[in-house]
Ligand binder design. Structure first.
Ligand code: NOJ
Length: 933
């Protein structure tokens, strides 16, 4: 949210308040519902373990290779009332109906649990909503056909194969699911309903005199279908910590407990996509996006749990001893999940390693899309670059100051009255020419397209949407009308595939007048943000395609909008140009459509710090292409904060500077030459690492392993890493530690055990497993290359990444104790989908026995198309090679060259000196070797 204005319908007042918006600050707690103000949450949260009458399992059978049956509620289930959760209200007959369940096993260690009402005994025509379009279409092909069920002796239960070394156990009475290791110990990994907190409010007919309405502030939710919430407990066994379920701001990488002994009054983690004005840097409160996927990690196990449900969700992480303070659970993390609506469609991922869990999740919701290479470079944004002159001046200043950048962004003010797909022709009379000028330097432009459509009959998009009936409806059936940037606005119904197609067509060059092939898109406000709506969003009783209520779909609205926009760009380029769309709202699966950022952060040190755990948790839950506004969106950063932010942001997967319109200009050359040099240096580091980043994007796109990783993902056995929220890995080779305080004189860096590390500032080698204390240098933040790795770089600086395409590479080899190292390089055309047909280069560099070898790892099955490159390797830098090595022989050709001393980087005045092989003149695409003497 960018303005405190909420309920004003008067444009004059809106303008006045906007003018003063910078003086009004701080999160407006009262605008948002707490758990206690949310009946389903309040109700569920008051329950003690095993206090609910239990469900038992009946009619278990194998049907189509899955386990199915009924969950029969105990006869004593009573309907509780919203007002008094403990009230012993009248027995509700409809709540006695058995539920249907299905347990399916998918290839690779995945168990799926679905629980829905039995349609044959439904008392109302309404079916519960199951969110389509998130699970990969081929998931069903990967379902294992279970041949048989077994009955473990001694208990009423059914067991079935899950993966090698794992089995699923369905306990019958009371109902419980346990995923465990096979073998005599039967060590549990995950369990569901072990604390008897499973509850499922079934749809029912309204009783005489019953009132289902809910009120919050001035808003009334008609709740025509009444209570329909679901809640249950999930335990992660063998776990020390849990992570994930973004999006929350917190300085802690792990999810801290929200309930139980030792926890002060806390809200649960809320998943409800909201436009939160000046969000707090430490709060379980939900912000712009929601991914109901939690991972656990510990010395004994790594596992994951994903609940596919787009309604409001609240999740408690329970402190040890929450259920029994006399016997606090050790080595287990219990959690409690609550949702307002939908069904149970949940996935258990067995690991056993951290990367296995990420791959399992990616095999269900997809891997991140491979971006265009320019999108991996630096982006310059501000609300707003005023006009064409401003754009030209900023563009020219980057060149004058020798700072590369790839993308210039235009915020809402570039439009004609916030009618997206239009231009304010006074400020931007020649949009095509403007884009072409940028494109001539290899640069791109991004414009903003928000989901609110101005209700103006002369605006063609509104006219068409109205005529075609494409808007979301309010509870009375009229086009929903809410207040956003343009004033009165409506929102196209992105749940409907036909409407998504219509939206996608809006991005054609013909429809988006003034757009060119170098223009890409930013989707903002897609939670959706509705200034005068309840909690600044769309009312829950608004109606979508197929009579789906907004409450059932809310968290996925932005996902669909992002999807439709990305598909629009694919269509625009005839399926040949990879889209770039940045979205603020997101849901599980959004990684398939583009990047996201952490919204409106503030220009303070706390927000700098929380950016790291936020981005790490996003990466763990699939959204690896993410970043935070460099510099902080609200407020004016002091220059040392801005510099530190560039130094950290240069490692974010998505690297963009952005600022609110009330802030002072802060392009990197505005703070004196010394500071310009520091910011230039930070941006240069990113540009030199682009080959490494692009290779990591490829890894993410094929495996789901994120670019920016918590240390424990690479060092799962090192306990010291489990809750390190300050440092992170970029890929598996680079460790970066942020500097998060003003005037920080020294910085402590934990270097994980099991590896040695080379400080990239001075080439010094350190052993792992130690907490290092280093002087905090102002010219960079600490970064280390792990011994045993090879990082590809491009060290010549140009105006943009596109202009670096033909530049030669540098390989930085950090040798381990056995004088060995390995690394990879992936290259394609950076733009098209030809890589899907095999048009790419993928090399592995191996250093062993004093020889560096480049081998082709592109599989022969990759496809017919080839990609070629004439790029060469201009330098090979060797860290950790014992002195004495003097010569290198390059094969083929057998030409001999000297090993010299050379700088670690090509930056001016660069001090650290390392052994270097200059100009080996080998082509990056070829097989070759370099032997060292
Ligand atoms: C809110 C977004 O979060 C912010 O980045 C943007 O500048 C404003 N909307 C205006 O479009």
């Amino acid at each position: 949210m960018t303005s405190p204005v909420r309920r004003s319908a008067a444009p004059v007042l809106l303008v006045l308040l906007l003018v003063f918006s910078s003086s009004v600050s701080a999160w407006k707690k009262e605008e948002f519902r707490s758990c206690k103000q949310t009946p389903f949450c309040k109700r569920a949260r008051t329950r003690a373990p095993h206090s609910l009458p239990p469900f038992s399992v009946s009619d278990v059978s194998l049907s189509d290779g899955s386990v199915s049956g009924r969950l029969v509620p105990s006869p004593s289930i009573r309907q509780v009332t919203d007002e008094d959760p403990s009230a012993d209200a009248a027995v509700d007959d409809t709540a006695q109906r058995p539920l249907l369940f299905r347990l399916s096993v998918y290839h690779g260690g995945i168990l799926r649990l679905e629980i829905d009402e039995d349609p044959s005994s439904a008392p109302t025509p309404k079916r519960r909503f199951r969110l389509p379009d998130v699970l990969l279409p081929d998931l069903e092909d990967r379902r294992l056909w279970l041949p048989r069920l077994s009955s473990p002796s001694g208990v009423a239960a059914t067991s079935f194969y899950l993966a090698d070394g794992f089995e699923g156990i369905l306990r019958h009475d009371p109902f419980e699911i346990v995923v465990r290791r096979t073998g005599s110990e039967g060590e549990p990994v995950l369990s569901f309903n072990s604390h008897g907190l499973f509850d499922y409010e079934q749809l029912r007919a309204k009783k005489e005199g019953e009132d289902w309405e809910e009120n919050f502030r001035s808003h009334t939710d008609s709740r025509p279908h009444g209570p329909q919430s679901i809640s249950f407990d999930v335990s992660f066994h063998g776990a020390n910590f849990v992570y994930g379920i973004p999006e929350h701001a917190s300085p802690s990488l792990s999810l801290r407990p929200t309930r139980g002994s030792g926890v002060d009054e806390s809200e649960p983690y809320r998943l409800f996509n909201l436009d939160v004005f000046e969000y707090l840097h430490d709060s379980p409160f939900g912000i712009y996006g929601s991914i109901p996927f939690m991972l656990s990690h510990g010395t004994r196990s790594t596992s994951g749990f994903f609940w596919l449900n787009a309604a409001e969700m609240q999740i408690d992480v329970l402190a040890p001893g929450w259920d029994d303070s006399a016997a606090p659970n050790a080595g287990r993390v219990d959690t409690f999940w609550m949702s307002e609506a939908g069904v149970v469609d949940a996935f258990f991922f067995v690991g056993p390693g951290p990367k296995d869990v990420l791959k399992q999740y990616a095999s269900v919701t997809g891997t991140p899309a491979m971006p265009q290479e320019f999108a991996v470079a630096y982006h310059q944004c501000r609300w707003n670059y005023r006009d064409e002159e401003d754009v030209a001046a900023v563009d020219a200043a980057f060149d004058e100051h020798d700072i590369p950048y790839d993308v210039l962004w235009l915020d809402i003010e570039h439009t004609d009255g916030k009618r997206y797909f239009t231009w304010d022709r006074t400020l931007f009379p020649h949009p095509e020419e403007m884009q072409k000028k940028l494109a001539a330097k290899g640069r791109h432009m991004v414009t903003i397209v928000d989901p609110h459509i101005k209700r103006d009959d002369s605006f063609h998009v509104h006219k068409e949407a109205t005529e075609k009936g494409y808007y979301v409806k309010d509870a009375s059936g009229k086009d929903f009308d809410g207040w956003c940037w343009p004033g009165s606005s409506s929102y196209s119904d992105m749940l409907n595939p036909e409407i998504r197609e219509w939206w996608a067509d809006k991005f054609s060059y013909k429809n988006y007048v003034g757009s060119t092939a170098s223009l890409y898109i930013w989707n903002d406000m897609n939670e959706p943000s509705v200034f005068n709506g309840p909690e600044v969003t769309m009312p829950r009783d608004a109606i979508h395609h197929g009579e789906v209520e907004h409450r059932e779909l809310h968290n996925a609205y932005g996902y669909y909008f992002h999807m439709a926009t990305a598909n629009g760009l694919v269509k625009r380029g005839n399926g040949k140009d990879r889209p770039f769309v940045l979205s603020r709202a997101f849901f599980a699966g959004s990684q398939r459509y583009g990047a996201i950022w952490t919204g409106d952060n503030s220009a303070d040190w706390d927000h700098l710090r929380v950016s790291v755990p936020m981005i790490l948790n996003l990466g763990l839950t699939g959204m690896s292409f993410s970043g935070a506004d460099v510099g902080g969106f609200f407020g004016n950063p002091e220059v040392d904060l801005l510099v530190r932010w560039y130094q950290l942001g240069a490692y974010y997967p998505f690297f963009r500077a952005h600022a609110h319109h009330d802030t002072k200009r802060r392009e990197p050359w505005l703070f004196g030459e010394e500071n310009t040099a520091l910011m230039r240096e930070a941006i240069h580091i990113r540009y030199s690492l682009l080959p490494y980043y692009y290779t990591l994007f490829r890894e993410a796109a094929t495996s789901g392993i994120p670019i920016m990783r918590p240390l424990w993902l690479e060092f799962p056995a090192d306990k010291e890493t489990y809750d390190n929220s300050e440092a992170f890995m970029v890929g598996s080779s680079l460790l970066v530690q942020g500097v998060y305080e003003k005037n920080q004189k020294s910085v402590s860096v934990y270097l994980p055990s099991g590896a040695s590390w080379f400080n990239l500032r001075n080439g010094v080698k350190y052993d792992g497993g130690v907490l290092l204390k280093l002087d905090a240098s102002e010219d960079s933040i600490p970064s280390f290359q792990r011994a045993g790795t090879i990082i590809p770089r491009k060290d010549r600086f140009r105006r943009s990444s596109t202009q670096m395409v033909n530049d030669p590479y540098t390989l930085v080899i950090a040798l381990n104790g056995s004088l060995a190292a390995e690394g990879e390089l992936y290259i394609d055309d950076g733009k098209s989908y030809d890589f899907e047909k095999g048009a790419y280069i993928h090399r592995r560099f191996i250093f062993a026995n004093n020889k560096l070898t480049s081998i082709d790892i592109r599989p022969s099955t990759a496809g017919e198309k080839k990609f070629s490159s004439d790029c060469t390797i201009e330098r090979i830098i060797l860290l950790g090679l014992p002195s004495g090595a003097k010569k290198a022989v390059v094969a083929p050709g057998n030409h001999e060259m000297n090993i010299e001393l050379g700088p670690l980087t090509l930056r001016k005045g660069s001090k650290p000196i390392a052994l270097t092989i200059r100009k080996p003149n080998i082509r990056v695409a070829d097989d070759w070797s370099v032997r060292i003497f």
